[in-house]
Design a protein around this ligand. Sequence first.
Ligand code: AMP
Length: 377
Amino acid sequence: MHVLILGAGQLARMMSLAGAPLNIQVSAYDVGSKTVVHPLTQAVVNDSLEAGIAAADVVTAEFEHIPHDVLDICEQSGKFLPTPEAIKAGGDRRLEKALLDNAGVRNAKYHVINNRTDFEQAIEKVGLPMVLKSALGGYDGKGQWRLKELSQVDGIWQEMEACIAATPTQAIVAEEFVPFQREVSLVGARAKDGSVEVYPLAENVHTNGVLSLSTAIDAVDLQQQAKAMFTAVANSLDYVGVLALEFFDVNGELLVNEIAPRVHNSGHWTQQGAETCQFENHLRAVCGLPLGSTKLIRETSMINILGEDTLPEEVIAMAGCYIHWYGKEKRAGRKMGHINVCGDYTGELQRKLCTLADVLDESAYPAVHEFAKSFNQ
Ligand code: AMP
């Protein structure tokens, strides 16, 4: 089988690595250069999208901000999975909210803002404090405002008005501020026959809006809630592939924050912690193969490597520590790679995270340091 992935970043790279043992060959469409490249070497393999599609059995995606003309071409080929509707919902918060409402899935109260009158209505309907998010192009906490008191309304409106004017069809989604205790996510896969397999929930720690630490957790009640919401969303889209739902945990009740119609950063731990990783399961689903087991095989955390291109020797030497570089050029804050760290007996993972805090720089890995401090208290 040959799979063409829209997007040529680390997610395509990791799908390529996961597909090789199954004889699934992966190529990647770079929407910037408009060429099809090898996901590991970035060497050009086809100089047009059409040629890449012709060479592929299946076309899928690793990100949701895909130009709609590209999606249209892929859909017309009859080879694209999941549906363009799912990809578009992942890239537009208005569609995402409508999708969640239609699937009957709990999410934060919201109001769509196109003009100042809508903004006034949002304040009435949603109340303060509120979080304001650009409908298009927002990710990792970018394009967001926090409105805490009415004195901020004029200043924030000026910025939002400029944001709306800068992009055709842009809008702002106002959302109630959710007083959550923690953020968790569920990654799972739905196959062509409608069967669903989900991984254990991951608890996620963000630093400045970017995921920094993700740990698979055992939480029976939350897992049940999350799986029911996952199944409702996936079925409503007749989804095929890996899908991720991000949640707020509010006193044991989950509320969906976002959906990602693709493999997800909070599922990278599955490479070492689950029987079949998310990358392989996405390929299995879109190629029409049975899904692989999503069972946890050992306690695992994933640490994102942000803006760094080296690691201390102690990390490379540590047993149960797996390093995944993405082969990218170093840039401040950029996702450069990740570390999966595993424990085999009770308390081992926690002890290893504390050892990592001793050797990793606090400014680059604040979440690991925070964990170690709270654990040692
Ligand atoms: P997002 O881009 O929607 O994932 O938002 C980035 C981060 O902002 C989330 O991971 C949360 O920590 C926070 N956040 C987003 N929406 C809300 C909300 N409605 N209430 C409280 N915090 C939020």
